[in-house]
Design a protein around this ligand. Structure first.
Ligand code: DQA
Length: 138
C-alpha cells in the first residue's frame, strides 16, 4: 500500500512554530516513528510552502497511490485550485488539521477542500496523521 503525506505552508516549522498550538515535535521525528510503526506501508512525505508545488504533487501521485493525507495549512481556507486538484484525481484524500480549526479564528472555520475529501481529521494534534493512516488501512 502506497500512502503519501503532504504538508503545506509553514508546517516545515513544526516543533518551533507556536508549540502551544502545534506541539513541540518536528514532523521529521514524527514521520520516522510512523514509518517504523507502519513498516508494511510504503509511506512517503512531501512538504512545500508553494501552492503550485502542492498541486503538482497531487497530480503526480493522484492516479497511482492508494491514499493521500493532506494538511494544506492556510491554503485550506483560501485555495480553490487545491480543491480542484483533489476533485480531479482518483486517489482518495484525507484532510488533516493538527489544531481544532473550529475552536480558532472564524477564517479557519471554512475549508475549500473538505467537500472533495474522503474525510477530515481535525484537532487531535499530530496524532491526526496516524488516525488517517489507520483509516486507509481498514
Ligand atoms: C492547520 C490549521 C490552519 O488553519 C493553519 O493555517 C495551519 C495549520 C493545522 O494543522 O491545524 O497552518 O492546518
Amino acid at each position: 500500500m502506497k500512502i503519501l503525506i503532504i504538508n503545506g505552508p509553514n508546517l516545515n516549522l513544526l516543533g518551533k512554530r507556536e508549540p502551544e498550538i502545534y506541539g513541540s515535535q518536528t514532523f521529521e521525528q514524527y514521520f520516522e516513528e510512523l514509518k517504523s510503526k507502519y513498516a508494511i506501508i510504503d509511506l512517503e512525505y512531501f512538504q512545500s510552502n508553494i501552492e503550485g508545488e502542492l498541486i503538482n504533487k497531487l497530480h503526480e501521485t493522484g492516479f497511482n497511490y492508494d491514499g493521500i493525507i493532506l494538511n494544506a495549512g492556510a491554503y485550506t481556507h483560501t485555495s480553490i485550485a487545491i480543491a480542484d486538484a483533489i476533485a480531479g484525481i482518483k486517489t482518495p484524500v484525507i484532510e488533516v488539521h493538527i489544531s481544532n480549526v473550529h475552536a480558532r479564528e472564524e477564517f479557519r472555520h471554512h475549508s475549500y477542500l473538505s467537500k472533495n475529501c474522503k474525510g477530515i481529521i481535525v484537532g487531535f494534534g499530530i496524532d491526526g496523521y496516524r488516525l488517517a493512516l489507520e483509516s486507509f488501512l481498514k
